[in-house]
Design a protein around this ligand. Structure first.
Ligand code: HEM
Length: 537
């Protein structure tokens, strides 16, 4: 039995041994064909990428309008479909600086799905903005994701006469008499947050941007819809606001898991909340305090007296007569205020912390101004009046200088309706144009020592008039022309209150003052500004 088995195994072994060379040959053949097919696939893929890149670039280079002999601006269109969007997201500041160094203050690129020309000189932007809204549209320049999040009836999205009439109505919520009403709410909210940053005996370490973001979410809900924390007890609305802001510029595919889907879900939470607050405001007889209360009261009055007004205005009023549309308009605009006023102000407050933290001599100069006005005592309560804030020239100079050096919104989106000739170049129809606010500020010919934080430059009484007269588009943190920021005065009020309160309530130390900057959706340090706070002695 043993012999038989031994013979069997020997036979198997020897036959396997005979088969082994054959197997190696077969294996080698299989391996080489695998390698060949991998190489062939790779070659095909590379060829496809190469050809589609060549076609992509050729296609846009050939979209030149033949009615003009001018060339397209210099620059490149990047990769098929994604263009150069990823370059900007990943390289941030370096990409902008490199482009400006390489091509100057006008160059072409491909961003967020459209061929784009970025313009970073104030005189070219002045020329382009004079072509709005007929040759250059401002609303359709916004990426689709942002338009969907703001809503179809938002002042940011509508255009032409409709935009002008709606903006006039909404601006009633930001006139000085209203700002006076909001001031105690703003100051109370700022003091509450800043005091909490320095609670306890030890230093409190936190992320400055995130702390400012929490403050501004409360601020915006309290001023825009009169919402106190108990009306959003679990913080869902605040969280939804942050999600909307974080995903304002994204690929507009509403697929679960993707940014746009998350943003639309978050928008619905904010929208439902605004609707509930609107119903409360509409049935309330109390004096207007929040932006929404003011708008409801103003539009109600406006509707009553609209019968004698001119035809264009009547058309707009008539279009509002359906209750549903009226509600949509108010809700879309309340949501837009939430979003337009949240991360922008957060960025500005975070930059105040950063620049005053990096320049203790400017903080000392600020405290001297507050001391002179008897405002430095941190135990003083709600003693800021609107007139007093307006009179604090160093506080206002700090705001302007912070917005010059670190503008929260780095670019304004426009869209060409027809071809535009701009000095030596042409911009074809249906291209996106971005006015590069940050680049304009960085290149500005109107400022000396332009890289330095020098609030003092704004104290010269004739300086701003000269600036506006000689270089009208050279300082544009709040935008340009018909689209300038509707919430500008409210934002400046919030910044002024913040400057006063941080200076008198706390001392702080930046843990990484020279961190890399990122720009989307707004200007901020990439590490969110780690900082320690302590109560001011
Ligand atoms: C420091 C804070 C702020 C900055 C830097 C800022 C900046 C800007 C800029 C640059 C624009 C123009 C966009 C364009 O031309 O395409 C703009 C528009 C706008 N902003 Fe602000 N903003 C700030 C705060 C606010 C606040 C607090 C609100 C409301 C509560 C607000 C509401 C709006 C609205 C509704 C528009 C659209 C105006 C229109 O389309 O006519 N912003 N903002």
């Amino acid at each position: 039995m043993t012999d038989t088995m031994e013979a069997f195994f020997t036979a198997v072994w020897s036959s396997m041994a005979q088969l082994q060379p054959l197997g190696s040959i077969a294996l080698a053949a299989t391996e080489s064909s695998l390698v060949t097919s991998v190489l062939a696939t790779l070659a095909c893929a590379l060829l496809t990428v190469f050809l589609s890149t060549v076609f992509w670039r050729w296609h846009f280079e050939n979209s030149r309008d033949s009615f003009s002999s001018l060339p397209l601006p210099p620059g490149s269109f990047g990769w098929p479909l994604i263009g150069e969007t990823l370059h900007y997201v990943l390289r941030g500041m370096t990409e902008y600086t490199n482009k400006r160094r390489k091509y100057g203050t006008i160059y072409k690129t491909h961003l967020l799905g459209s061929p784009t020309v970025r313009v970073e000189s104030d005189d070219r932007v002045a020329f382009l903005s004079s072509k709005e809204p007929h040759i250059l549209s401002s609303s359709s320049g916004l990426p689709k994701s942002a338009r969907s999040i703001f809503g179809a009836r938002s002042v940011i999205v509508v255009s032409g006469d409709e935009h002008a009439a709606l903006k006039k109505d909404l601006s009633q919520a930001f006139i000085p008499v209203r700002l006076r009403d909001y001031l105690p709410i703003v100051q109370d909210c700022v003091r509450r947050h800043v005091t909490s940053w320095a609670q306890g005996v030890d230093e409190n370490k936190m992320l400055g941007f995130k702390a400012c973001q929490r403050l501004v979410c409360d601020l915006i809900l309290e001023t825009v819809v009169g919402c106190t924390r108990d009306q959003d007890p679990d913080g869902k609305v605040r969280e939804a606001l942050v999600t909307c802001n974080d995903n304002l510029f994204c690929v507009p595919f509403a697929i679960p898991g993707l940014a746009f889907h998350k943003a639309l879900k978050a928008r619905k939470i904010v929208e439902d909340f605004a609707k509930r607050r609107l119903a409360a405001a509409a049935s309330s007889e109390k004096d207007a305090v929040s932006v929404l209360d003011v708008l409801v009261a103003h539009l109600r009055k406006d509707e009553e007296s609209s019968s004698g007004e001119n035809a264009a205005r009547n058309d707009i009023q008539q279009s509002k007569t359906s209750a549903g549309q009226f509600e949509t308009e108010l809700v879309d605009n309340a949501v837009s205020f939430f979003i337009a006023g949240a991360d922008t102000v957060t960025s500005a407050l975070c930059s105040i912390l950063k620049l005053l933290g990096k320049h203790p001599e400017k903080l000392a100069a600020l405290r001297r101004e507050l001391e002179f006005q008897e405002l430095l005592d941190s135990d003083q309560g709600n003693n800021l009046s609107f007139e007093l804030l307006q009179s604090l020239s160093y506080v206002r100079a700090i705001n302007k200088e912070v917005l010059r050096l670190l503008p929260p919104v780095g670019g304004l989106f426009r869209f060409t309706k027809s071809m535009i000739e701009l000095e030596d170049y042409q911009i074809p129809a249906h291209w996106r144009v971005v006015y590069g606010v940050r680049g304009i500020h960085e290149e500005n010919r109107a400022f000396t020592n332009k890289d330095e934080f020098l609030p003092e430059r704004w104290l010269d009484p004739g300086f701003e008039e000269k600036l506006n007269a000689k270089f009208p588009c050279s300082y544009a943190p709040f935008g340009i022309g018909a689209r300038t920021c509707l919430g500008k005065e409210l934002a400046l009020l919030q910044m002024s209150v913040f400057v006063v309160e941080v200076a008198r309530l706390v001392d702080w130390t930046l843990l990484n003052p020279d961190a890399r900057r990122v720009f989307l959706p707004v200007e901020k340090p990439f590490d969110n500004l780690p900082v320690t706070f302590r109560k001011r002695k």
